[in-house]
Design a protein around this ligand. Structure first.
Ligand SMILES: [Zn+2]
Length: 112
């Protein structure tokens, strides 16, 4: 087994663990969002803010899950770890922290 294979199987294991966690987050957020109708609250109620916060978290969790799926797809296609903007390899230190990232640190900084 080469080093590259080890890196890829490690990345896959980490992405799958991250995916499971993201799906758990999504399920619990969806549960909490479903309870909105039970309160019968008016405008400006703190519970509404909480609900809106959960909705924002849900959108972020869905985005995160999409990124993980994209990274898993790249693994399958053998292009994992390449920046989708410039095509250069993403820094290994960056992938270690953000296994689902599709941008190298330079392109990620430019986007902000
Ligand atoms: Zn790049």
């Amino acid at each position: 087994m080469t080093n590259q294979d080890t890196t890829i199987s490690e990345a896959r294991a980490r992405l799958q663990a991250e995916r499971t966690a993201a799906l758990d987050d999504l399920a619990s957020l969806r549960d909490r969002l479903e309870t909105k109708g039970d309160y019968g609250l008016g405008e400006g109620d703190p519970m509404i803010y909480q609900w809106e916060l959960n909705l924002a978290l849900l959108e972020r969790a869905e985005q995160h899950l999409a990124e993980i799926d994209e990274a898993l797809q790249q693994l399958d296609m053998g292009i994992y770890g390449l920046c989708e903007k410039c095509g250069n390899p993403i820094e290994p230190e960056r992938l270690a922290v953000l296994p689902h990232t599709t941008l190298c640190s330079r392109c990620a900084q430019r986007r902000r």
